[in-house]
Design a protein around this ligand. Structure first.
Ligand code: ZN
Length: 131
């Protein structure tokens, strides 16, 4: 089981580490450690042959899954999609989802949740370059 360890916390920022992401196993929510206010980020893993034992959807949050390691299947509104390390899956709140490990070894991923439609500014429109 991996653990997210707080390395530094100051007014306005925090730094934490899970170690090498390729070795990650378990389920960890980032919010409580680094105190995010606009996104929920979690790390999840399934051991060989394991599946998430429920379907779910969300009230208002979309999710983006980034597959870190292994192979699996995401079932989205009843359709199966094979995914593997490097894949990025965006899922609207109302889509019913579950996923399972179909490969050899651990299947791990990062899940980022944010309120659907809340991104009004990003990168160049929100960033302020200071010299
Ligand atoms: Zn979810």
């Amino acid at each position: 089981m991996s653990e997210l360890q707080l390395k530094t916390k100051e007014a306005g920022y925090a730094i934490a580490s899970l170690g090498d992401l390729r070795d990650f196993e378990g389920k960890i929510f980032v919010k409580d450690v680094v105190e995010t206010t606009g996104v929920e980020i979690s790390f999840g893993s399934l051991s060989e042959g394991q599946c998430v034992p429920f379907n779910h959807k969300h009230k208002q949050n979309e999710e983006v899954y980034i597959i870190v390691k292994g192979k699996g299947v995401f079932t989205l509104d009843g359709k199966d999609y094979e995914v593997a390390s490097g894949d990025v899956i965006r899922i609207a709140p109302e889509v019913v989802r579950t996923n399972r490990n179909t490969g050899k070894g651990v299947f791990s991923y990062i899940c980022i949740q944010s309120k659907a439609g809340s991104l009004e500014q990003y990168t160049m429109t929100d960033g302020i370059i200071l010299q």
